[in-house]
Design a protein around this ligand. Sequence first.
Ligand SMILES: NC(=O)c1ccc[n+]([C@@H]2O[C@H](COP(=O)([O-])OP(=O)(O)OC[C@H]3O[C@@H](n4cnc5c(N)ncnc54)[C@H](O)[C@@H]3O)[C@@H](O)[C@H]2O)c1
Ligand SMILES: [Zn+2]
Ligand SMILES: [Zn+2]
Length: 370
Amino acid sequence: MRIEGQAAVLNEAGREVEVEEVTVDDPGPGEVRVKLAASGVCHTDLTVKNLLGNGMAFPIVLGHEGAGYVEALGEGVTHLAVGDPVVLAYRAPCGQCPACQRGDPRHCYMALRPGQRIQRKRDGALCSQVLRCGTFSTYTVVHSKAAIKMPKEMPLDKACLIACGVVTGVGAAMNTTPVYAGARVAVIGCGGVGLSVIQGAKLQHARQIIAVDVSENKLKQALEFGATHTVNASAGDPVALVRALTEDGWDGGVEFAFEATGIPKCTEQAIKMLSYGGTATTIGFPAAEDAVTLNLGDMSTGVYWNKAGLRVSHCGDALPSHDFPLLAQLYLDGKLKLDEMVTTTITLNDVNEAFEAMHHGDVLRSVILF
Ligand SMILES: NC(=O)c1ccc[n+]([C@@H]2O[C@H](COP(=O)([O-])OP(=O)(O)OC[C@H]3O[C@@H](n4cnc5c(N)ncnc54)[C@H](O)[C@@H]3O)[C@@H](O)[C@H]2O)c1
Ligand SMILES: [Zn+2]
Ligand SMILES: [Zn+2]
């Protein structure tokens, strides 16, 4: 039966987020309808707004860091039951693409998506769902393989963070570019994603974890999350400052540098602060025209002479069915900080304020409670 709810919607390019009455259809075959309990507000939601929808058709239901309870099962869904607590995965592997076919689902080319099931009630307009989720909504419909069951004892207002920020950051350091024990690591940008890279690097037993940000408050938080050193990028050239902190008689630099800002210049900095043979990983969401310049020939920081590598992380190259329960267990075992990441809890009506707060240094994650 079609049900009614509310969602935070981008109705048109350039408009603020507006709370709309919506109707949500029954799940189709292989899908589930989920009653949201909580959703984190990730910078990517703001980026979609700033990029005027980023190619998606309006109206758009924002949100992709959600957790809730299975409320209805589509035809053929047997691995979940109504009432199961779940975290929603925006990159559940498709099983069809060349990567999935060769047995490498972490590098799936695309992800399972549901049919369009959410409509704006006042005119019946079909809504797009950001990253196949649309979690700024009291109800949403996702592919059943994108609903990952959580242990009963896992609090959903913390579990939601696993869906994007945490799995992206921890996964970047564990899956995309596995940090080895004893390595030196720099993390540029210490929001929800960057702090999770720091946690991932710590879990991988990095020797030195240098947090780089422009906000003193974020740097203070980074130390709580496992950073061993901090660099304020507004106080000087972060490349020189990171190299100075890693001086070892071999020109210094880190074996792994992660960019988690979405600013192209920070990817260039990540590449330039590598030690010989190091790898930079870019995570931030780019605009179509964003570009970086790679110097090849500089003897100390050029990509050729420094034998630098560059990788891109999408959602921490996660395999949600494996990684989400693992991250939940790490939290339950006291080895992964999630409580400390939730700086403020809000309602659906406060999404614009949560976006605004991203520009100030004091909020790590705003979490919508339903
Ligand atoms: N690739 C993926 O799968 C994926 C997943 C999630 C998020 N993202 C993207 O990752 C980025 C980070 O997301 P978030 O939610 O953590 O964002 P956020 O806004 O919470 O954090 C960004 C941080 O970067 C810092 N910063 C800004 N300018 C800086 C500079 N010049 N040098 C150093 N630090 C600077 C800010 O102070 C802030 O702490 C965004 O671009 C987001 O869209 C990508
Ligand atoms: Zn996100
Ligand atoms: Zn695939």
